[in-house]
Design a protein around this ligand. Structure first.
Ligand SMILES: C[S@@+](CC[C@H](N)C(=O)[O-])C[C@H]1O[C@@H](n2cnc3c(N)ncnc32)[C@H](O)[C@@H]1O
Ligand code: SF4
Length: 360
């Protein structure tokens, strides 16, 4: 039986009801991650009162879940005005952060007082040398550890996140052990994405194929991921682009998701967000396009055996190849390595005695 939450989310997809807002408060940052997808522009970012206006419009549109991100959201000078505005309006609050600013006890306490639902913190290595090779800033690792100590003492739920790169792929177990010292679990992202303005620079740090196959086998053995093909043919769409989530950048521009960077308008100029979303007076051509693409992509993917295993994003397909349906190189790698891992596990199941011998 489907749960009420699942039914609610399915209903939001079917009726194109926006339920989540991802707000990129600022592109300012205290770190210099070489793989970062942000593409800052020389424009004036929204201030605190303008973000509060944006929150009112999101609320009126039915959004109930707000994620504050960036850049580094704590680097917005009005971060607390905005975050308090989120909670005062009754939104569920989530934050994506590198954790550095939470090393200040006062900041961590003020943040904890907001009652965030979740705080997702990026960790790139188990030691200063590895973490800081990726963040580009000396001292960022020690500050992260101090922050994790504060948040754990303050009883906050934290989800640690590691985008896997060639530089940290051999150190995942140590990162998990480090997180466990604070009582926090780590989740991994195996997909580096191009920058918002389309540069494939971040992909140069992508983990290698051999590693990925071993990684997926290990994750499946530990019950952390199911290596099953997605039932693409039965899926109505590959993702929720332009349906359930709205992204707003530091300048107020509205996007159909964090990856599809064609603006639908500006939050300061749009009077009723729901009218824009539902196309009152004519559906914005980008919204029409992304909804159609996410539906039609299911047919395109179903044709490739590895594609049903791939982490596929039409926006990244467009950035990498100019075609939102193409099985772009990174998706091809993600699909084919999972397929190979699934085949290896199947072989193991067929010959358990041999593996028992090998695993001694
Ligand atoms: C842009 S950051 C903003 C929040 C915060 N500054 C942080 O680093 O956690 C959001 C998340 O995207 C991840 N990220 C950044 N660039 C990426 C890329 N090119 N591919 C995949 N993930 C990326 C970061 O590691 C972080 O987990
Ligand atoms: S901390 Fe986040 S926003 Fe800053 S450079 Fe790294 S990934 Fe980008």
């Amino acid at each position: 039986m489907t749960s009420p939450l699942t039914r609610f989310i399915e209903g939001a997809y079917e009726q194109n009801r926006p339920i989540s807002g991802q707000l990129e408060l600022t592109y300012r940052c205290n770190l210099l991650c070489s793989f970062c997808y942000n593409s800052p522009q020389k424009r004036t970012q929204l201030d605190g009162p303008q973000w509060l206006t944006a929150l009112d419009k999101l609320k009126a549109a039915g959004v109930f879940n707000i994620t504050l991100t960036g850049g580094e959201p704590f680097r917005h000078p009005d971060f607390f005005t905005i975050a308090e505005g989120v909670r005062e309006r009754g939104f569920v609050l989530k934050t994506y952060t590198n954790g550095v600013d939470l090393a200040r006890r006062e900041t961590a306490e003020r943040y904890a007082a907001l009652g965030p639902f979740d705080t997702e913190i990026s960790i790139h290595g188990p030691t200063a040398a590895i973490h800081e090779r990726l963040t580009g800033v000396r001292g960022s690792f020690d500050k992260l550890l101090v922050a994790l100590g504060h948040l754990s003492e303050l009883g906050l739920k934290v989800s640690l996140k590691t985008p896997i790169t060639r530089l940290n792929q051999q150190h995942l177990k140590e990162i998990e052990d480090l997180g466990a010292r604070f009582g926090y679990r780590v989740t991994y992202d195996t997909n580096l994405v191009p920058t918002d303005d389309g540069s494939s620079g971040p992909l140069e740090l992508a983990p290698n194929r051999e590693f990925l196959v071993d990684f997926f086998v290990d994750q499946a053995r530990r019950g952390k991921m199911a290596l099953a093909p997605r039932p693409i043919k039965e899926m109505k769409q590959v993702c929720g682009v332009g349906r359930t989530g709205i992204t707003i950048d530091p300048y107020g521009d509205i996007f159909p998701c964090v990856a599809w960077r064609e603006a639908l308008g500006n939050i300061l100029e749009v009077e009723a967000l729901l009218d824009l979303w539902h196309g009152k007076g004519g559906l914005h051509e980008t919204l029409e396009q992304v909804r159609r693409v996410s539906e039609e992509a299911t047919t395109h993917l179903a044709a490739h055996p590895e594609a049903v295993f791939a982490s596929f994003c039409p926006a990244n397909a467009l950035k990498e190849t100019g075609d939102p349906f193409a099985l772009y190189p990174a998706a091809q790698v993600s699909g084919s390595t999972k397929l190979e891992a699934a085949e290896r596990l199947r072989e193991e199941e067929k010959t358990p005695e041999k593996n028992a011998g090998e695993n001694k």
